[in-house]
Design a protein around this ligand. Structure first.
Ligand SMILES: Cc1cc2nc3c(=O)[nH]c(=O)nc-3n(C[C@H](O)[C@H](O)[C@H](O)COP(=O)(O)O)c2cc1C
Length: 243
């Protein structure tokens, strides 16, 4: 089984997203999967310009000759696709969205009725189902900060001719969690272990239980403590940076 992960954070390996995605992939590998991570910010991906030449002039082929060809090949070979991306202004990062827009070249202009909704089929006859999973983190502490991205991920999976939404592993207060790790090692370990187990479940069961989706989002500190600690830290950072 091939698990392909995209990391849409511009901070790539230095970010919280990466540590969560890699822990999930470690779990997937322990269950026998082959995994690969594509750091989207490192790829050469031009913006979609909306010319529709990939639909009408040379079907399936984009006017841009860049890393999207390689990415589309990897998607074709994947059984599970992980969209790892932090929340930026309540949604996907620009890097991830730029890649997602370019996937239009893999679809056909024709419209079919799928479950009573107009959808585009994919090019060719290929009908392999790809499970799609969101792994995300954000700065704030409320789980509802991920709602727009989860809705977006679900819609993308429905729009993909061969997509199936698998769930969302979302970690609020990602950076705060990393800072709290020395102070609350057991609580943070339980969260990291849940990401690992989710990787195992994804491969062995083809789904991720609600329990694990809840466990990765477990609260670590109260709202009041979060606000107080964050503001104290920001004050220090401003003082240090401007000294
Ligand atoms: C441009 C920008 C926009 C952000 N928008 C949000 C937001 O809307 N909500 C939120 O809770 N965190 C927001 N954050 C915080 C990031 O989600 C957080 O720093 C996260 O840890 C980044 O992931 P990374 O460490 O993998 O890069 C934003 C950060 C940046 C730089």
């Amino acid at each position: 089984m091939n698990v392909l992960a995209f990391n849409g954070s511009p901070r790539m390996k230095k970010g919280v997203t990466d540590s969560l995605v890699q822990t999930f992939l470690d779990g997937a590998e322990s269950a026998g999967a082959q995994t690969e991570t594509v750091y989207v910010a490192k790829q050469k991906i031009k913006y979609c310009v909306g010319c529709f030449k990939c639909w009408f002039k040379h079907p399936g082929k984009c006017i841009h000759d860049d890393d999207m060809l390689m990415i589309r090949k990897k998607i074709k070979a994947a059984d599970i696709i992980v969209f790892g991306c932090p929340v930026y202004f309540d949604g996907f990062t620009a890097q991830m969205k730029t890649m997602l827009d370019r996937l239009i070249a893999g679809g056909s202009p024709f419209i079919e009725n799928r479950d009573g909704h107009a959808r585009h089929p994919s090019h060719g006859k290929e009908r392999k189902v790809r499970k799609m999973l969101l792994i995300s983190t954000c700065g704030f502490g409320e789980r509802d900060n991920f709602d727009p991205m989860i809705h977006h991920m679900q819609a993308i999976a429905r729009n993909f001719a061969t997509g199936e939404y698998m769930g969302a592993l979302v970690r609020p207060m990602g950076q705060t969690m990393e800072m709290l790790e020395p102070e609350k090692p057991e609580a943070v370990k339980a969260i990291r272990d849940a990401f690992y187990k989710a990787g195992v479940e994804a491969v062995t069961l083809g789904r991720i239980s609600d329990e694990l989706q809840d466990a990765v989002a477990a609260p670590l500190i109260s709202f009041e403590e979060f606000v107080q600690r964050s503001n104290a830290l920001f004050k220090d950072l401003i003082a240090q940076n401007q000294a």
